[in-house]
Design a protein around this ligand. Structure first.
Ligand SMILES: [Zn+2]
Length: 400
């Protein structure tokens, strides 16, 4: 099931041409973020003769999946995009995006702010509010990133790192779920995306927080696999800390040894990795916990923490004090190393798979550093104050 390593092939799939630059505009180098969408004509579809536009005109399944998912297009995301397009017409204001994270800008933003706040207020249910929030975030990021980001690596097309990506096969006894906050979706410095870029979307699957289609796919799989095949990598303060040593492997290993490949009913161990800022991860964890409780009763979601001893095994990981806690790819690599150190796992080359993740993390850091330097902003501005490495500083700046 994890054989589709090079899911997208090695080439990138920018499905839309980059926006035409505004006449007399400053160069991409000087204002790279503000010109991604030109005037309305750059990306919007012309109205049909009967004056209606359909969702399929706004986003196709192919475009959606090319960002790193095999799910259907989320219905609520389509709704939000439709509403944005209607608003664009009704308010006679052009939709434009800019700034880090591709936020709405200009007059349209003023109209949209008013409208989405009213919509949000009108929803009584916190579940509905979350779903609306998530869908709106995703919709804006999708529209704002079109033609600007490479769909595979989520970097600006001029920084595309895909040619340096080396894919690898994750051992079939393991599956990662990247439970990602919508604000991290299509973020250039996100590292969770690296996992499916290396291992493929079947071995490392994106699950967007608050996106029903994604959460259903994940929970259906987890329910089928069973609770003993689920571990959330999270330091759950309300339960005794467990480590990789506590994972029971008998079933998985027996099956793996008796069969050359996993088949139908054989579920891999599912690891959920929370992929969001430290502040957002508490709400994400709560949602996971609530769902687990509704499925399996009172018990807590099984959680593990990484042991610090694994740090030394991460020979390539640079010292990154604060980033260390929230970098999803580094956490996944470390988890693989810790698993590899258990004798039962010795034969699965998990150390090599960890190295593949570390390597791609290096590639991402280099690409982000090069971008920063090219744009003339110093990566080192905070270094003299606290000795933080360039990379970490860079990532923090990008995250703001
Ligand atoms: Zn790329």
């Amino acid at each position: 099931m994890h054989s589709t390593v090079r899911l997208y092939g090695s080439r990138c799939l920018p499905l839309f041409p980059p926006p035409s630059r505004a006449r007399g505009s400053m160069s991409m180098e000087s204002h790279p973020e503000s010109l991604r969408l030109g005037p309305r004509g750059a990306y919007s579809q012309p109205l049909r003769e009967n004056g209606t536009e359909e969702a399929a005109d706004f986003i196709t399944l192919r475009e959606w999946q090319a960002w790193g998912t095999s799910s259907p297009i989320p219905a609520r995301v389509v709704e939000v995009i439709e509403d944005l397009k209607l608003l664009e017409r009704d308010a006679d204001a052009e939709m434009s995006f800019g700034g880090l994270g591709g936020k709405l800008q200009g007059d349209f933003k003023v109209h949209e702010d008013k409208k989405h706040r009213a919509t949000y207020q009108s929803l009584n249910d916190s579940e509905e509010k979350l779903k609306f929030f998530a869908a709106r975030q995703i919709a804006c990021r999708l529209l704002g990133s079109r033609g600007y980001l490479c769909q595979k690596c989520w970097l600006a097309q001029e920084d595309c790192m895909c040619s340096k990506l080396v894919s690898s096969s994750l051992w079939c006894g393991i599956r990662f779920w990247l439970y990602m906050h919508p604000k991290d979706f299509l973020r250039q410095n996100n590292t969770g995306k690296l996992l499916w870029q290396v291992f493929g979307v079947d071995a490392a699957t994106l699950c967007l927080f608050g996106i029903q289609e994604h959460e259903e796919i994940m929970w259906n799989t987890l329910q089928l696999a069973g609770k003993d095949k689920l571990w959330c990598l999270y330091p759950n303060k309300n339960a005794p800390t467990k480590s990789v040593q506590d994972i029971l492997l008998h079933d998985t290993l027996q099956r793996s040894e008796s069969e050359s490949s996993m088949t139908g009913g054989d579920a891999p161990i599912n690891f959920i990795l929370l992929d969001g800022t430290w502040n957002n991860s508490a709400a994400m964890f709560r949602r996971l916990k609530d769902k687990a409780k509704s499925l399996w009763g009172e018990e807590d979601l099984p959680c593990i923490s990484l042991s610090t001893s694994a740090l030394s095994a991460m020979h390539k990981l640079r010292p990154q004090p604060s980033w260390d806690r929230t970098c999803t790819a580094a956490a996944a690599a470390r988890l693989l190393v810790e698993l590899h150190n258990r004798p039962e796992f010795n034969n699965y080359k998990l150390d090599e798979q960890a190295e593949a993740v570390e390597d791609v993390l290096d590639v991402l850091l280099e690409a982000l550093t090069a971008r920063r330097l090219r744009m003339g902003r110093s990566c080192r501005r905070r270094q003299r104050h606290n000795g933080i490495k360039v990379d970490e500083d860079l990532l923090r700046l990008e995250a703001n």
